[in-house]
Design a protein around this ligand. Structure first.
Ligand code: BTN
Length: 320
C-alpha cells in the first residue's frame, strides 16, 4: 500500500522531506503522495506540512500497523524475521493464522488491533479492546514430534516474561502452565493450536493476548485481570512490546531446541513460576486438592507434593 511506503520514508527522515523527493523515490505523482499523507493523518499520524520544506512526522502516538511492528523488529537482532500480517479488526488472529498456514510456508505473525471473536483456553472467549491490547498469533513449523507441541506454550510464557522484564523492569510470574500475572493479576493469556500428520507437527500457532494500556476492566473480571499500564503506570508502544516478545520467543526457542524438551529452558521458566515451594490448589476434575508446587519436569508437567506423594500435573487448572 502506497501510504505505508510513504510512512517508511517519513519514519526514516529526521527533518522535513519534500513531496517531490518522496514522489521521485517512489515513482508516483505528487498528488498520490499528498493523498497518502492525508490517509496517514486520518490513521492518527501527526504529520507537519510546511510550504517549500515538505513533510515531517512528529511524535509516534502508539499507532499500530505492519510498518510500525517491522520497524521495531529491526531494532532487535532477529535470526528469523517472521512475515507480519496486520488487521485493524478480525474475528480471531488464531482462526486467521490456521487458514493462512495452508498457503504460507514460512513463519508468520498475525496481529490485530482488535478481535471480535477472540478465543481463550478451555472454550472461553477473550476480550481484545482496540488501541490498548495486543492480539497476535505466531505460526511456526518446527520439525518435532507431536507430543512436544504443548512445550511451545511454555516457551512463549517464558518469552512474555523476558519482554515484560526488558521493557517494564517489573517481575512477571507464570501461573502454570501459561498465564502471566503481575501483582497476582492476569495480564497475558496464551492459546496454542496446532496441526499434525503422521510425520509430526505441521505447524503450531501460538496465540497471545496481552492487556497493555487498558485503564479499566469490566467489574466481573476486575479482581482477577489487569493490564501492564495499571500495574506499572507505564504507557507502552504496542509495536515495541510485540517486537520484544517475538524476539525473545525465537531466542528461547533456540535454547529449547538444544534438548528438544524443557530441560534447557527449565531454569528460566521456573525462575518465573508462581508459588514454587508454596501451597497451590489443584483443580482436578476428579476432585480438588491442596499440594505444594515443586517446579516442572522435562515435559513441562507441573510437579507437586501432595501429602508426601510427588504428582505430575499435565493438564487442567491450578489456582495459586
Ligand atoms: C487464555 O484463555 O488465557 C488464552 C487467551 C488467548 C488470547 C489470544 S488473543 C490472540 C489469539 N487469538 C485468539 O482468538 N486468541 C488468542
Amino acid at each position: 500500500m502506497l501510504k505505508y511506503e510513504v510512512l517508511k520514508i517519513l519514519l526514516a527522515s529526521s527533518s522535513h522531506i519534500s513531496g517531490q523527493t518522496i514522489s521521485n523515490r517512489l515513482g508516483v505523482s505528487r498528488t498520490a503522495v499528498w493523498k497518502a499523507v492525508n490517509a496517514l493523518k486520518n490513521d492518527g499520524y501527526n504529520i507537519e506540512s510546511v510550504n517549500n520544506r515538505g513533510y515531517l512526522l512528529l511524535e509516534n502516538k502508539g499507532i499500530l500497523n505492519r510498518i510500525e511492528i517491522e520497524q521495531c523488529m529491526h531494532s532487535y537482532k532477529y535470526k528469523t524475521l517472521p512475515k507480519v500480517i496486520y488487521f485493524n479488526q478480525i474475528d480471531s488472529t488464531n482462526t486467521y493464522a490456521k487458514k493462512a498456514a495452508d498457503s504460507i510456508t514460512s513463519d508468520f505473525l498475525v496481529v490485530a488491533n482488535t478481535q471480535t471473536l477472540g478465543k481463550g483456553r478451555l472454550g472461553r472467549s477473550w476480550t481484545s479492546p482496540g488501541t490498548t491490547s495486543i492480539s497476535m498469533s505466531l505460526c511456526i513449523r518446527p520439525d518435532l514430534p507431536l507430543e512436544k507441541a504443548s512445550m511451545i506454550t511454555l516457551v512463549m510464557a517464558a518469552s512474555l516474561c523476558d519482554a515484560i522484564e526488558e521493557l517494564y523492569s517489573t517481575k512477571p510470574l507464570i501461573k502454570w502452565p501459561n498465564d502471566i500475572v503481575v501483582n497476582s493479576k492476569k495480564i497475558c493469556g496464551i492459546l496454542t493450536e496446532m496441526s499434525s500428520d503422521i510425520d509430526g507437527i505441521k505447524y503450531i500457532i501460538s496465540g497471545v493476548g496481552i492487556n497493555v494500556n487498558n485503564d479499566e476492566f469490566p467489574a466481573d473480571i476486575a479482581n482477577t485481570a489487569s493490564s501492564l499500564l495499571i500495574e506499572t503506570g507505564i504507557v507502552m508502544d504496542r509495536a515495541r512490546l510485540i517486537a520484544s516478545v517475538i524476539y525473545h520467543f525465537y531466542e528461547n526457542f533456540d535454547i529449547f531446541l538444544q534438548t528438544e524438551d524443557m530441560t534447557s529452558i527449565k531454569a528460566k521458566y521456573e525462575s518465573h513460576l508462581a508459588n514454587v515451594g508454596r501451597k497451590v490448589r489443584i483443580l482436578d476434575p476428579k476432585g480438588e486438592y491442596n499440594a505444594t508446587a515443586l517446579g516442572i519436569d522435562e515435559t513441562g508437567a507441573l510437579l507437586v507434593n501432595a501429602d508426601g506423594k510427588i504428582k505430575r500435573i499435565i493438564s487442567g487448572e491450578v489456582s495459586v
